[in-house]
Structure formats: C-alpha cells, structure tokens
Design a protein around this ligand. Structure first.
Ligand SMILES: Cc1cc2nc3c(=O)[nH]c(=O)nc-3n(C[C@H](O)[C@H](O)[C@H](O)COP(=O)(O)OP(=O)(O)OC[C@H]3O[C@@H](n4cnc5c(N)ncnc54)[C@H](O)[C@@H]3O)c2cc1C
Length: 321
C-alpha cells in the first residue's frame, strides 16, 4: 500500500523546511493525538541553495545560510516531519478523488495537498565543489576582475539555465582578453536524476580552472520544474504561477520559495512558507479552536479564514484561470 500524507512537500531548501515546521507547529490542533502527516522529499541533500549562501540582509547584518538550515532542519526533525532524502520527485498526478499521487526515484506516495519548494535548480549541490566555483552575482566586468584577481583563473566554463544569458556572459569574458579559454555549458532543464550535476562530470571540470555560475540565468529561466509539465502550472520561463497564498491553478497544489519568484531571497522564501503552511494547515480542518489572538497578528482569526482569504487566481490574458 502506498503511504499517505496530509501534505507532501517537494524540496528541502529553506522554503520547504519552513513550510513543514509551520504545518507541524503553527497549526492549532483540536485533537493532539491526530497530528498532521507531513513529508519532505529531497532530490539530494537537505538545505538547497541557502546552505551555500551568506545571507546579506543589510549592509550591517549578514548571517550564515548553513547555520540557518541546521536550525530549521533540527526543528523539523523534532516536530516529526518525515524526510525522504535522495528522493527526487519525477511526476505528480492529480487523481479523480482529488488526492495526488507522487512518484519519486524510489517510491510512490499519496497526499491530500502538495507544496512545491524546488527552488531554481534540481541539483544545487553542483556548488559542493566550491573551490572551483564562483557565483556570477555582479556585472560581467566585475566578474572578470573577481575571477582574474581573486582566483587567477585562465580557463573558464560559464554554466547556467538560459542559453542567451550564458552566451552573452561568455562573449563579455572573451572580449576582456583576460582568459585563454572561455566556453559555456547549458544546464538542461529536462535532466534525469541519474545524471546528477547536469552531466558536468569530473573530466569536464578538470579541463577548466573554474566554473562561473551565471546567476542571471535564473532570473530568466527556472530549471527545477520540468517534472510538473503534465500539470500545466508553470509559466513560459518555468516559474510556477501562484496567488498570494501559494495556490496554483490546480486545486490542492501549492508552491513556495524561489520556484515562484525569480527575484527573491531567504526572507521571501521563509515568508511564503509561513503563509502557505498556515493556509494549508487550516484547509486540513483538523481544528476547531481559534488561534489565540495575537499569536499571528497579521492573519485573520480562524472563523474568518475562509471569507477573509480572497484566494482567486488572477485571470490570464487568455481568460484561463
Ligand atoms: C551564493 C549565494 C548567495 C546568496 N545570497 C543570498 C543573500 O545574501 N540573501 C538572500 O536572501 N538570498 C541569497 N541567496 C538566495 C537564496 O539561497 C535562495 O533565495 C533560497 O535558497 C531559496 O530557497 P528555496 O527553498 O525556495 O529553494 P532552494 O534553496 O533552491 O531549495 C530547493 C530544494 O529543492 C530540491 N529539489 C529540486 N527539485 C527537486 C525534485 N524534483 N525533487 C525533490 N527535490 C527537489 C533541491 O535539491 C533543493 O534542495 C543566495 C544564493 C546563493 C547560491
């Protein structure tokens, strides 16, 4: 028999972790012995892109992404969220009874609600070889200075999801006349889980001094949503379209974090996990007790939840809801 969950979350980055904790700890329970069944499936290892980031909030305040992930993961484990590691989700099917069937690389599951939290990359762990990677967060000119002056690279491979963007960056690097070899490699969006790191194998990596990860690509193209093609919830550039509560146009299917927002960061990922986690928790209707007032002062009291949420999706220009 397939294991059944109330909520199945795809992706254990900051957004997926936070959503899972909110579902387990933020939803007031009428019956304490009837906890929500929440699972998080992760294609590779827990943490997503945040584990590689130093989160800059203001000029005077930044904190370690890996510390944040450690804290959230330990909260989630303590709240009895079930983690399915090395479980890439390959397909999600909406069944006629309203439940979802989730196929992973190892197994199949059933869930009442699904939350997609896959970020912008299926394998952010491509950044594990960090001594040979740099993230192109700046203008091409600054990137040239950084990788020449700080790293001394002469042979550079530019990687990214958007062909135009990586080709443009590559031509700027060639124009600078600072390198012996500059090539580019398109991270295909339609990869299979066996070819982790997008086919960027050791032999290829060794022929370059370093890899420049074209961050700009990811504002243009999401590379983590190919497995949702059958559900038709993504936009042309692969980002998932939702309303303010994370609802997609498929009833019961939600999305949080950077998979929904090309320009975003850790605070936005946390916030979206909070709103969607609370919303889905209340949809499960395992409670009749109102939230203690003031607990979440920015959210309506429980008896008004349904009427106060204007959760209609915006109409597309072609009238498709
Ligand atoms: C170098 C760097 C610096 C950054 N600096 C900042 C900063 O200063 N401030 C800031 O706010 N933000 C920063 N960011 C961005 C921040 O890391 C992202 O906004 C954040 O990670 C988004 O979280 P997420 O949970 O939506 O996605 P992610 O962290 O990308 O997590 C998604 C997870 O889903 C998994 N996944 C994908 N597809 C599947 C699938 N089919 N099945 C199962 N699992 C899947 C992935 O393996 C991944 O673990 C930085 C990022 C980097 C790389």
């Amino acid at each position: 028999m397939m294991k059944k969950y109330d909520v199945f979350i795809v992706g254990a980055g900051v957004a997926g972790l936070y959503t899972s904790i909110i579902l387990k700890k933020g939803t007031p329970m009428q019956v304490p012995n009837e906890p929500l069944g929440v699972a998080v499936a992760e294609a590779t290892k827990i943490g997503g892109l945040t584990q590689y980031a130093f989160i800059q909030i203001t000029k005077k305040w930044a904190f370690s992404g890996s510390n944040l992930i450690r804290t959230l993961y330990s909260e989630a484990v303590q709240s009895k969220v079930e983690f399915l590691e090395n479980s890439g989700v390959t397909k999600i099917i909406k069944q006629s009874n309203g439940d979802f069937k989730i196929q992973t690389t190892n197994s199949e599951f059933i869930a009442k609600y699904v939350v997609i939290a896959t970020g912008i990359l299926t394998f952010p762990n491509i950044l594990d070889s960090s001594n040979r990677f740099n993230i192109g967060l700046h203008t091409p000119e600054e990137m040239v200075k950084e990788i020449v002056n700080n790293y001394g690279w002469k042979k550079v491979l530019v990687v990214g999801n958007n062909e135009n963007s990586i080709a443009k960056l590559t031509s700027k690097l060639i124009e600078s006349k600072q390198f012996n070899i500059v090539s580019h490699y398109l991270l295909r969006t339609n990869i299979n889980f066996q070819s982790q790191n997008y086919g960027l194998n050791e032999a290829l990596l060794k022929s370059y001094d370093g890899i420049l990860f074209d961050y700009n690509s990811y504002k243009l193209q999401n590379g983590s949503t190919h497995f949702l093609n059958n559900l038709n919830v993504t936009q042309e550039n692969g980002y998932i379209k939702t309303n303010a509560f994370g609802e997609t146009k498929v009833s019961g299917l939600f999305a949080v974090g950077s998979v929904t927002m090309p320009i975003s960061g850790v605070p936005e990922a946390i916030y979206s996990g909070q709103v969607t986690g609370l919303y889905v928790g209340h949809l499960l209707e395992k409670t009749t007790i109102a939230d203690p007032s003031g607990r979440f002062p920015f959210l309506p009291r429980e008896e008004n939840w349904k009427s106060s949420f204007q959760h209609k999706l915006e109409q597309n220009s072609d009238g498709d809801a």
